[in-house]
Ligand binder design. Structure first.
Ligand code: GUN
Ligand code: ZN
Length: 432
């Protein structure tokens, strides 16, 4: 066992953050040897019980749950910051050409190494990531995540139409590859598989139908895709499925809405779609830096909360512009404000932080597993240094409440705020 004495941030309920200002976090192995939180509380209350446990003192630092990124594309590292008129030209001009490179095992492996190092540098300890259509890209990312004991979910992108040679796959083979990858990787260590139809336009009806069958055959696997991101994309889906009530209803028709199904964006949806997400248990991955960069639109937080479906935050790199959860939370705040006067909201810092940790974990079906530091959670956490920059130090020193402290870090924070990322491993804790 090991203990850490520091201020500790955790969630006592949805969007309800607590700061144990002189806290003790005790971690130790479970029956399988995986590191979990054994105790969390006030130092004075716990010190006697854990007097024998080696304790690291972290004065002036804050321990917080590792961040959860609900939607990211590891093959789009080098696509970040590629401007286009909108989603469809951006895919054609930058994304598909770039993703072609991932047919090569070594190319995928070096990108996976860089990607996971970048997640950890930014304090992200759980990610649901797209790979490309090449099985080699999936193997490379899983292998790298496994080496770091990272809780990572990914899957081979399904795309058998309306995309160029080099990324387009073949319907039957793509489904066989998907099943083989599920059998090889799903549930191995901390890894999970996601059936990954790219989006409706890139998948034939046969491919969507096959994806739905696999999702039913393997109920523990995740599903990830994109939905209702861009007006031109939606018009295209309407042409392809003129009888469908909405974009999301196409996924429903193919059995692709269920718990553990995560749809990036969900911007241009109506209340019937929102009820569909709620009733099926599917979740939205809100990707504000991407939506602002590609000019896609604004997630409607008020309508989402009124309907009561699950959602959480995501970087959506490379449509998104940053790996940093602080940048994503700040962009989410801007997006919430955008609608003010119409249906906008001023999202509080506890809510923003929750969306990128325990809330995202809940939306992924991983509540009580990651994204929080309550006893029983896997011991993935970050050590924040609120003095990381002169302005952060000046501002956080004046914080008179937890909200003010969290807001200062959301607005001024970036990778410099993450002093250390600690990952729960079998047998030991790994620090980056
Ligand atoms: N829709 C289909 N593919 C993509 C992608 O790679 N990024 C985004 N943002 N939307 C998509
Ligand atoms: Zn995406």
């Amino acid at each position: 066992m090991k203990a850490y004495r520091a201020p500790i941030l955790y969630f006592s309920g949805p969007a309800e953050a607590m700061l144990e200002s002189d806290g003790l976090l005790v971690v130790g192995p479970d029956d399988q040897g995986r590191q979990r939180v054994k105790a969390l509380g006030n130092y004075a209350g716990l010190a006697a019980r854990f007097a024998e446990v080696p304790t690291e003192q972290l004065p002036g630092r804050i321990i917080a749950p590792g961040f959860v990124d609900m939607h990211i594309h590891y093959p789009q590292l080098d696509v970040i910051g590629s401007p286009a008129e909108g989603l469809l030209p951006w895919l054609e001009k930058y994304t598909f050409p770039h993703e072609k490179r991932f047919c090569a095992t070594e190319y995928s492996a070096q990108a996976a190494r860089f990607f996971i190092a970048e997640l950890l540098r930014n304090g992200v300890t759980t990610a649901l990531s797209f790979a490309t259509s090449h099985p080699a890209s999936v193997n490379a990312l899983f292998a790298e995540a496994q080496q770091h004991s990272l809780r990572l979910i990914t899957g081979k992108c399904l795309m058998d139409q309306h995309c160029p040679d080099g990324v387009r796959d073949e319907t039957r083979q793509s489904l066989m590859d998907t099943e083989a990858l599920i059998k090889r990787w799903h549930g191995v260590d901390r890894l999970g598989y996601a059936v990954t139809p790219r989006y409706v336009p890139s998948c034939s009806a046969a491919q969507l139908s096959g994806a739905g069958e696999l999702a039913a055959k393997y109920p523990g696997v995740w599903i990830q895709s994109h939905a209702a991101e861009n007006k031109d994309e939606i018009a295209w889906v309407r042409q392809l499925y003129p009888d469908a009530r909405s974009y999301l209803s196409v996924y429903d028709k193919f059995g692709l809405l269920r718990p553990r199904a995560v749809y990036a964006h969900c911007l241009h949806i109506d209340d019937e779609d929102r009820a569909l997400l709620r009733d099926t248990g599917a979740a939205a991955a809100v990707s504000p830096t991407s939506n602002l960069f590609l000019g896609s639109g604004f997630f409607d937080y008020v309508a989402a909360d009124r309907a009561g479906f699950q959602y959480g935050l995501a970087s959506d790199v490379g449509g998104g512009t940053s790996f940093s959860p602080f940048h994503t939370m700040l962009a989410a705040y801007y997006v919430g404000r955008e609608g003010q006067g119409k249906s906008g909201v001023s999202l509080g810092p506890q809510h923003l932080w929750w969306q990128h940790t325990a809330g995202a974990a809940r939306a992924l079906g991983l509540e009580g597993v990651v994204g929080n530091l309550l006893p029983g959670c896997e011991a993935d956490f970050v050590v924040l240094n609120p003095q990381a920059t002169p302005l952060l130090a000046r501002k956080t020193a004046q914080a008179g409440s937890l909200d003010e402290l969290l807001f200062a870090m959301i607005v001024l924070g970036d990778d410099r705020l993450i002093e250390r990322t600690v990952i729960s491993q079998a047998g030991s804790l790994s620090m980056v």
